[in-house]
Write a protein that binds this ligand. Structure first.
Ligand SMILES: [Zn+2]
Length: 171
């Protein structure tokens, strides 16, 4: 379920209402997609701080929940190895990061932890109108992800995350 953002709605991650959401996700085996802002990232309209420690704390406490951290998880790997029950997605990559994020993310997370995300209907290349949101990002992924890993990043990884009921269940 998601993209959700307790931070954007001024709900503390230890708020009982938010904990009830995570408990339901765990019970139903639903991955939770969360909005994440990179701490060092630039300013833009609507930016909300989302401390990375909050995501690490949630992942540790709710080990039965699969978390998909949007926007490359704000480079959450810089705070330590990615927890087993955490994945990142590529939503809004061109707006938030330079293309080197692909190499950094692949090296830090491994391709199996990276899920295709776009942030549709957001225009991802406002300064390159002809590039096209989907076509442009797709070309970027194909150029940056090793050939044998492209299918996983573009859908196979997500399919595996979505089909297992528990955080550790493979399918
Ligand atoms: Zn977002």
């Amino acid at each position: 379920m998601g993209e959700l953002s307790p931070h954007s709605q001024d709900v503390a991650v230890d708020d009982p209402k938010w904990r009830a959401v995570l408990a339901l996700a765990e019970e139903l085996g639903l991955p939770v997609n969360l909005h994440v802002t990179e701490p060092e990232g630039g300013s833009y309209p609507g930016r909300v701080e989302t401390p990375l420690v909050d995501f690490r704390a949630m992942a540790a406490e709710w080990s039965g929940v699969k978390f998909i951290l949007a926007h490359w998880g704000g480079r959450v790997w810089r705070g330590g190895a990615l927890p087993e029950n955490v994945w990142v997605d590529t939503a809004a990559t061109p707006l938030l990061y330079g293309s080197p994020i692909w190499d950094e993310g692949l090296a830090a997370c491994g391709s199996g932890k990276i899920l295709w995300g776009t942030d549709y209907p957001l225009e991802l290349y406002p300064k390159e109108p002809g590039k096209g949101t989907f076509a442009g990002l797709l070309a970027e992924a194909r150029a940056r992800v090793p050939e044998g890993d492209v299918d996983g990043v573009l859908g196979g990884n997500a399919a595996r995350v979505l089909c297992g009921k528990s955080a550790s269940e493979a399918c």
